[in-house]
Write a protein that binds this ligand. Structure first.
Ligand SMILES: Nc1ncnc2c1ncn2[C@@H]1O[C@H](COP(=O)(O)OP(=O)(O)OP(=O)(O)O)[C@@H](O)[C@H]1O
Ligand SMILES: [Mg+2]
Length: 277
């Protein structure tokens, strides 16, 4: 079942910039999807359509079988289903204390106080920010703000979580921690959509990948099918995962044949062991 779908959407900013040029995109319930694209491709613009912050110039966005209703009550309904973590946490954090920022969504949903408190505590714990409840968000580091911004959305327990470059600015451990958390949420049934240019991480989590370039989807499929079309990937100013690049060089320059390029360390390890045996 398609839980969210963008049908033929175009979007032109008020200054005339055509940011989206006929996008078709969907997520099945329970999928974990990567939207891969270079700077300026339209990733953030597309995401802002998923909970009605932007309204398409043409085309439509369908959530849970219903076209988004852009009235005040319609938007408030869709925003309980679709939570978006913005690329820039400063667009999301505005309260004087971390705990108040995280409590904002659940309070708006009209949840009782003890439930709000539980969600704030658990969300901050899950992103590794327990103990920061009383800190002013604007005094946190970039990576810390990012985690709090994720906690804010987590606390609303949305059906669909959309994250605009959730690991950018995080250190390697922080990035792995967030990806592990997203995996757990996905295992528990949440649909997750992530934008990124981190091609090394993508094959570790994505069931399916869309590549966006210049406002258009230019490729879609499993990580293996998308990265097997190297020309399209490079044409979009992206690259292969490093490990696949190494195998490509071994295959092309040193004539060591592996077949399909492995995309992760684990896959490469298996292939190398087979060859060395
Ligand atoms: N508020 C705006 N007004 C006019 N043009 C905009 C606005 N925001 C974005 N754009 C333009 O729309 C296009 C898509 O931008 P968008 O922010 O969606 O790209 P992105 O894929 O998220 O890039 P990045 O990887 O840098 O975050 C770009 O050409 C950008 O300059
Ligand atoms: Mg962006």
């Amino acid at each position: 079942m398609r839980i969210i779908e963008a049908v033929d959407i175009t979007y032109t900013y008020p200054d005339g910039t055509e940011a989206l040029r006929g996008i078709n995109f969907h997520a099945e319930k329970g999928e974990m999807i990567a939207l891969l694209g270079p700077n300026g491709a339209g990733k953030s613009t597309l995401f802002l359509h998923f909970n009605g912050i932007l309204r398409p110039t043409s085309g439509k966005v369908v959530v849970d079988g219903e076209e988004i209703d852009y009235s005040k009550s319609g938007l408030s309904r869709v925003r309980q289903k679709v939570g978006i973590v913005f690329q820039n946490p400063d667009d999301q954090l505005f309260a004087p204390r971390v705990a108040e920022d995280v409590a904002f969504g659940p309070l708006n949903m009209g949840l009782p106080e003890d439930e709000v408190e539980r969600r704030v505590r658990e969300s901050l714990e899950r992103v590794g920010m327990a103990g920061y409840e009383d800190r002013p968000p604007h005094h946190l580091s970039g990576g810390e703000k990012k985690r709090v911004a994720i906690a804010c959305i987590l606390a609303m327990e949305p059906e669909i979580m959309v994250l605009d470059e959730p690991t950018s600015g995080l250190d390697p451990r922080g990035a792995s921690q967030i990806l592990r958390l997203l995996h757990e949420l996905n295992d528990a049934g949440m649909t997750i959509i992530i934008s990124t240019h981190d091609v090394d991480m993508t094959p570790l989590y994505a069931d399916r990948v869309y590549v966006i370039s210049n406002g258009e989807i230019i490729s879609e499929g499993t990580p293996h099918s998308v990265f097997s079309d190297i020309e399209t990937v490079r044409g979009a100013d992206l690259r292969l995962p490093r490990i696949a690049h190494l195998i490509e060089i071994l295959q092309k320059e040193d004539d060591i044949q592996f077949g399909d390029y492995p995309l992760t360390i684990g896959e490469a390890r298996r292939k190398l062991r087979e060859r060395l045996r």
